[in-house]
Design a protein around this ligand. Structure first.
Ligand SMILES: *Cc1c(COP(=O)(O)O)cnc(C)c1O
Length: 567
């Protein structure tokens, strides 16, 4: 089952990863529990955090997923890297980069999220069947046709979508005030809420704290100035939903509602409760700018900005999740983050909120209101066009599904098929044998002979002949791979951006049971450079060399040549 299982890990915050008390799991899987015949200890072992820094008494569902699945992934490139670091303890002896968790960046279902008005413009340009194709297949040639749509048509589409949103917001706002007990006579002001010609920023969130729903309220006077700017005003539509049990989230929502109720700004900022898909479908297309300000790097991917982009909405976001990967100045703006530099959360919020106000005031609004001779914001329209043609095809679910199939599901299916009861038993017994023998596997001696350098020093372009002696205990050369690992040496004398090359068996075993391995190592870079040798288990049915979490490296006793630095 492990061979055929893929585990996709999620948001790297406690709310995204369930952890249960060991006792609770033991109660459900113990005697007369859910899995008769499976000892409860075996179940518990799957989820225990048995690594440095782990909580001994918790059963971690992500850890269980990683142990039960032979393949695993995060949901954006950055989230893949964050997850490799976060779970590196499960693969001791390996650097985080080698932890076998890859990533497939999320995508969104265009037929659901592209507004009918956007789709109709596409149909007018390239015909129905090609427009449908562009949404599902995402062939980028089909999206290129957007490049031929005149500025005026794009701008008119944007205004139409904005106006629809304005009408929708007024309707929802009226309904929400009625529910709060207001009579029709008191609600005349609602007809003046939002303006179909004002730069519209959208922000919609479930309300876990890392998403920072209220970051924009950090400096209320500053926000008010932006909303009420005499020539370049912005209006903000916020939608949110707190989990019923999340009191902190509910408090954040109340804070926003209170600000939005202020008669001075209530025509420029609106809070809509009950964020759901029906509302979201109206919201994304109607906004000019989609705002996202999570605490980097806690947003695994984020998808609302993708849905917005599919409708020609520009993104204004912290470089987290998918935006870290695909941000380009043509698609929107990156809110600078203070992760790493700010000392505390409060200071960090202050810095990042400041950067947000700054961007809106000095970059976003001026570009939106910069009307040329034609009366159109040409640079803005160009960004809309680039977002549709270049970013659009990337964010599609079709692209995501293809990547899952090619890189994870098909290899998992093949691995699953090649394991019948016999081969599975054989693999399990091989793993057992490797684990038992591993304490006796060692790199005994490493020696490097210069081959082609004329002088006595290793030079760029020359080659070293590596010759190493290894002990394999009860294992045979077939059971392992002996590798040279080389790369740039960083300031901590560690090898960075390592490359690995397999060495070839060249004799053995000698009287002490040691095998000789050899291979060339070319010195193809300048600057501090280092190499070492390591041994890994090898079997055709392993998905990654790190799969078993076993590696043997030279010890201090191996002596000179084990990890050589050249400067
Ligand atoms: C897309 C969507 C979400 C998820 O948005 P993220 O940016 O991924 O957090 C949540 N709720 C609704 C209604 C959505 O449409």
């Amino acid at each position: 089952m492990r061979a055929g299982t893929v585990f996709t890990t999620h948001t790297p915050v406690p709310a995204g990863i369930d952890r249960f008390d060991r006792e609770l799991v033991a109660r459900h899987f113990g005697e007369r529990g859910e899995l008769p015949g499976v000892p409860v200890e075996k179940v518990l072992q799957l989820g225990m955090e048995t690594y440095p820094g782990g909580e001994p008494n918790l059963f971690n569902m992500a850890v269980m997923g990683l142990r039960l699945a032979q393949r695993a992934n995060g949901v954006s490139t950055l989230h893949g890297a964050v997850s490799r670091g976060m779970f590196a303890g499960l693969w001791p002896g390996f650097d985080a980069e080698e932890v076998p968790i890859t990533s497939v960046t999320n995508g969104v279902h265009a037929p659901t999220w592209v507004a009918p008005e956007v789709f109709r413009l596409g149909v007018r340009q390239i015909g129905t069947s090609r427009a449908e194709d562009a949404l599902s297949v995402g062939g980028s040639q089909r999206w290129d046709a957007v490049a031929d749509i005149p500025d005026a048509d794009i701008w008119e589409l944007r205004r139409e979508l904005r106006e629809q949103l304005v009408l929708e917001v007024r309707e929802r706002l009226r309904a929400s005030w009625r529910q709060r007990g207001a009579g029709a006579a008191e609600l005349g002001w609602v007809d003046g809420v939002l303006d179909p010609d004002v730069l519209t920023i959208g922000f919609a969130r479930r309300v876990p704290s890392y998403k920072r729903l209220t970051l924009m309220l950090r400096d209320r006077d500053r926000l008010m100035e932006l909303l009420l700017h005499p020539t370049r005003p912005v209006q903000i539509v916020v939608a949110g939903k707190a989990h019923p049990a999340d009191d902190g989230g509910k408090r954040l929502v109340q804070e926003l509602v209170r600000f939005a109720d202020d008669p001075r700004v209530r025509h420029r900022i609106v809070f809509l409760p009950d964020y759901g898909m029906a509302m979201a479908q109206k919201l994304y297309p109607g906004c000019d700018v989609w705002l996202n300000n999570p605490l980097r790097p806690l947003e695994a991917c984020g998808t609302s900005g993708m849905k917005a982009a599919l409708n020609g909405c520009l993104n204004l976001s912290v470089l987290d999740g998918w935006w870290d990967e695909w941000f380009e100045p043509d698609f929107g703006w990156a809110i600078p983050t203070a992760d790493g530099s700010a000392t505390d959360d409060d200071r960090r919020d202050e810095l990042e909120a400041g950067a947000l106000y700054e961007l809106i005031e000095n970059r976003v609004a001026p570009r939106f209101y910069d009307r040329g001779a034609s009366g159109l914001p040409q640079r803005w329209i160009e960004m809309v066009r680039r977002t549709l043609t270049t970013l659009g095809p990337k964010v599609l679910a079709g692209r995501m599904v293809r990547e899952y199939v090619e890189r994870l599901y098909a290899p998992a299916a093949r691995a699953h098929r090649s394991l019948n009861a016999d081969t599975a038993r054989e693999l399990a017994s091989w793993k057992g044998r490797v684990r038992v023998s591993w304490p006796h596997v060692a790199v005994d001696h490493v020696e490097a002979l210069e081959q082609s350098a004329a002088g006595g020093t290793a030079e760029l372009g020359s080659t070293l002949a590596l010759r190493v002696r290894v002990a394999l205990g009860e294992l045979q050369p077939d059971d392992v791979e002996v590798q040279a690992v080389s790369g740039r040496v960083d300031s901590d004398d560690a090898i960075a951006d390592a490359q690995t090359f397999p060495l070839k068996p060249a004799g053995g075993p000698d009287l002490e049971g040691r095998w000789v391995y050899e291979g060339p190592l070319s010195l193809d870079r300048t600057g501090p450079f280092g190499y070492t040798v390591r041994i890994l288990p090898a079997h055709p049915l392993l998905a990654a060399s790190a799969d078993l979490g076993l590696v043997a490296l030279p010890t201090e006793a191996t002596g000179e040549g084990a990890g050589v630095l050249m400067r």
